[in-house]
Design a protein around this ligand. Structure first.
Ligand SMILES: Cc1cc2nc3c(=O)[nH]c(=O)nc-3n(C[C@H](O)[C@H](O)[C@H](O)COP(=O)(O)OP(=O)(O)OC[C@H]3O[C@@H](n4cnc5c(N)ncnc54)[C@H](O)[C@@H]3O)c2cc1C
Length: 449
């Protein structure tokens, strides 16, 4: 039924005229899951493909009247169940609102629709010598709307900030169908409460982003990429902390443990049991100082001006781990100074529960991805994998960190939210949700415990 004007959904509900819809089973099934592996009951009732903010308004007005749950969706790459949609829901697929409306080089801002693919914006900004800094590893497919709703991070966020740092203003359709603008198009501005910040990371539960004003930065020019191997992950993590202590701010600092190196290529392991890849863009002096710091305790060290060769191992990590079995990609963050402790403890957790864990970290900002290899693809996840994940979350909180550094809560981490936030804070979250979405139609059951 794609493209029909106002087809009835599978339950016979009328859909707003003029909006493109599909009730085809395969179209609905394609948008049932995200990349977390979490499966909702059933499949969504219909998929709407709005092309304008006015169409999003129409859909939400109707959804509020009929009390229909709506799941906003960009590219569906969430790793938490946040964009999964089950029985009785309507998927609001924003991928066709994909225009880069304007790039204003003199102001350092871009105005975009939510379905713009992250890498496309960065590429378009590049034509002006600018960049869109937040670079999740999914950037070739993820959308700006999804990035905003998850406050996505990435490799170069260590120096240039996460999505929240790049969002200056938003155009948002509320559950009622009303439309508001938050923030501004200036680099400074403090009028009113920070509603922009509130929407960033709210996982589609407070409103639907239909436009964004984003900050662009001068294109960083990497001056050096250094790959340092170490005898163990603790020494490698300590080396990344030593960089911070030496007041060196790398663009990226990626840490790979022994299990990850073995998964990619056992030959990589021969150079040392842990690899730290660091990129700087602060000129030759900073690069030389970084090399000096990283050399201490390293078993081998390589430096190149061509980053591609040294970053290849990092890019290959996830596909290599996926070849070992079903990956549960966890995502904690700890204060940078506790990184070595965190990765050491994760090794202990893997041994205690007898589950393989491959650890990757954005070491520059203390964001650790322990990837639990949870049995074979397509088979049920063993209880030991869940127990290991629980121990990892408890570890994050014990070290003064958080149960999610960049992927969000979705469905999978709801049980841990109360432990991190506390009762009073979580109750305030529910009050805020009720204020924006009194009938609970926006992505219900996600992001809040
Ligand atoms: C291989 C791989 C690598 C990844 N690497 C990273 C990484 O390095 N860093 C990182 O942070 N994440 C990473 N992720 C997770 C994921 O890509 C990010 O969370 C991304 O921001 C999701 O974008 P999306 O367009 O796919 O959003 P979706 O998955 O479609 O949606 C994510 C959330 O946003 C909501 N949403 C989507 N669009 C809107 C909108 N317009 N308005 C309101 N709510 C909306 C959805 O309801 C959902 O709650 C990775 C995922 C994969 C599969």
């Amino acid at each position: 039924m794609t493209g029909l004007q106002a087809p009835p959904t599978t339950t016979g509900r009328q859909t707003p005229p003029g909006v493109e819809w599909s009730t085809e089973a395969d179209v609905r099934a394609e948008r049932r899951l995200d990349r977390s592996g979490w499966e909702p009951d059933g499949i969504p009732e219909a998929v709407a493909f709005p092309r304008t903010p006015e169409e999003v308004q129409q859909i939400l007005r109707e959804a509020t009247l009929s009390r229909t749950p709506v799941v906003p969706r960009g590219a569906g790459t969430a790793l938490t169940g946040a964009s999964a949609a089950g029985t009785g829901t309507i998927v609001l697929d924003l991928s066709r609102m994909d225009r880069i409306v304007e790039i204003r080089p003199a102001d350092g801002v871009a105005i975009v629709e939510p379905g713009v693919v992250t890498a496309e914006l960065d590429r378009a900004a590049g034509a002006y010598g600018l960049s869109y800094a937040p670079d999740p590893a999914s950037l070739a497919v993820s959308t700006i709307g999804g990035n905003i709703a998850t406050n996505a991070g990435g490799l170069r966020c260590a120096k240039y900030g996460v999505t929240r740092d790049a969002v200056l203003g938003l155009d948002v359709v509320l559950a009622s169908g009303e439309r508001i603008s938050t923030g501004r198009a200036t680099l400074k501005g403090v009028a009113g409460y920070d509603l922009t910040g509130l929407f960033v990371g709210s996982e589609g539960t407070l409103g639907v982003v239909v436009g964004a004003t984003l900050r662009l930065r001068p294109l960083p020019e990497p001056t050096a990429t250094i790959a340092a191997s170490y005898p163990d992950i603790t020494t490698a993590a300590a080396a990344s902390v030593a960089l911070a202590e030496a007041r060196i701010q790398p663009v990226l600092a990626e840490l790979l443990d022994e299990a990850t190196l073995n998964a990619i290529d056992p030959a990589l392991r021969a150079a040392g049991a842990a690899l730290l890849i660091v990129q700087t863009d602060g000129g030759p002096d900073e690069a030389a100082r970084a090399l000096e710091v990283l050399t201490k305790g390293a078993t081998t060290i390589r430096s190149a001006t061509d980053p591609a060769s040294l970053l290849a191992a990092r890019r290959q990590a996830l596909p290599a781990i996926e070849r070992l079995g079903r990956p549960l990609i966890e995502d904690i963050a700890v204060p940078r100074s506790r990184l070595a402790e965190a990765v050491r403890e994760i090794e202990t957790i893997a041994a205690r529960h007898e589950v393989p864990i491959c650890t990757l970290a954005h070491a520059g900002d203390g964001n650790v991805h322990p990837i639990i290899v949870a049995g074979r693809h397509g088979e049920p996840i063993p209880a030991s994998a869940h127990r290991a994940a629980d121990d990892i979350f408890a570890l994050a909180l014990r070290l003064g960190g958080t149960v999610t550094g960049e992927h969000g809560i979705g469905v999978l981490k709801k049980a841990w939210l109360r432990r991190e936030l506390g009762d009073l804070s979580l109750d305030l979250h529910h009050q805020i949700k009720a204020l924006f979405d009194p009938h609970g139609i926006l992505n219900p059951g996600k992001a809040l415990a």
